[in-house]
Design a protein around this ligand. Structure first.
Ligand code: ADP
Length: 261
């Protein structure tokens, strides 16, 4: 394998005995590169709102301004502050998920009430501008409630954010062949095929401007991916540019929690 990199270390204890140690560092190097990229991207993402805030502050300190201007600038600064807060929150969630070595607990998570609430929140986020339907079977999963909540919430908020006003979003949860699956389908802007395989990479966005304008951090689907890894779920994305997208998450039968009542 020419793409493997082996580190050879010569450790000499005594004059007549030598020990040769080899480490396969390919994986380590990949991790290092990923970590470096993450820090570089994160710094870049944080620098933009900081620059805006600092610019306004300097301006405010150095010149007189009328009340109307002051209000407008404070408002813009608050927006940028909130953006930084979302970024830091998603970065923390993601790094926390990655550092967990224990599998999630095998507690039963009640999915039906969870989805009922998340769909209400999606309707609030939409401000009544989309028609959002929910079809749900009472099937529970083993796992961590908060992790599953953040994964599902990300899929729902993406559907709202990438679907123009007047669009529809259909959410369904239930048994499907041998799996339990959640499908979130929208008739929004859709995604061209060449982007599909990269969507779960951190900070990967098809359209940075749209993602920012709709309060995206570029980390949502990376969070989804990590939660699914921990719950043995798989993500299937089907989409057509200009037509809409469908994000389907399936869990194996072994991941289902049997109802006690
Ligand atoms: P973001 O915070 O930018 O939404 P995500 O990781 O959640 O980040 O998603 C990555 C990218 O995938 C988005 O920037 C967007 O381009 C695309 N995307 C995600 N969900 C949808 C969807 N339902 N419809 C169209 N594009 C989507």
């Amino acid at each position: 394998h020419h793409d493997r990199k082996i580190l050879v270390q010569l450790i000499s204890f005594e004059s007549r005995r030598q020990i040769l140690v080899t480490h396969d560092v390919t994986q380590n190097e990949k991790m290092d590169t990923m970590r470096r990229d993450f820090i570089a991207n994160a710094s870049h993402e944080l620098r933009t709102p900081l620059t805006v805030i600092n610019g306004f502050l300097e301006h405010a300190l150095s010149s007189e301004m009328n009340e109307e201007t002051r209000q407008r600038q404070l408002h813009l600064m608050a927006e940028q502050g909130q953006r930084m807060q979302r970024l830091v929150a998603d970065m923390l969630t993601l790094t926390r998920l990655e550092s967990l070595v224990q599998p999630p607990s095998s507690d039963a998570v009640r999915i039906k009430p969870l989805l009922n609430r998340l769909v209400e929140e999606a309707r609030a986020l939409s401000g009544g501008k989309h028609s959002i339907t929910l079809q749900v079977q009472d099937v529970d999963l083993k796992g961590n409630h908060d992790e599953l909540e953040s994964a599902f919430a990300n899929l729902l908020s993406n559907a709202v954010r990438y679907t123009p006003d007047g669009g529809r979003i259909d959410v369904s949860w239930g048994m499907d062949d041998e799996c339990a699956s959640l499908a979130v389908a929208d008739d929004g802007i859709g995604i061209a095929a060449e982007h599909l395989s990269r969507l779960t990479e951190r900070f990967y966005r098809v359209d940075k401007t749209r993602s920012r304008a709709t309060q995206g951090t570029g980390l949502g689907l990376a969070i989804v991916k990590h939660v699914l890894l921990r719950h043995r779920g798989r993500l299937e994305i089907t989409s057509e540019y200009g037509k809409g997208s469908r994000f389907k998450v399936s869990f194996q039968r072994a991941q289902l929690a049997l109802r006690q009542d």
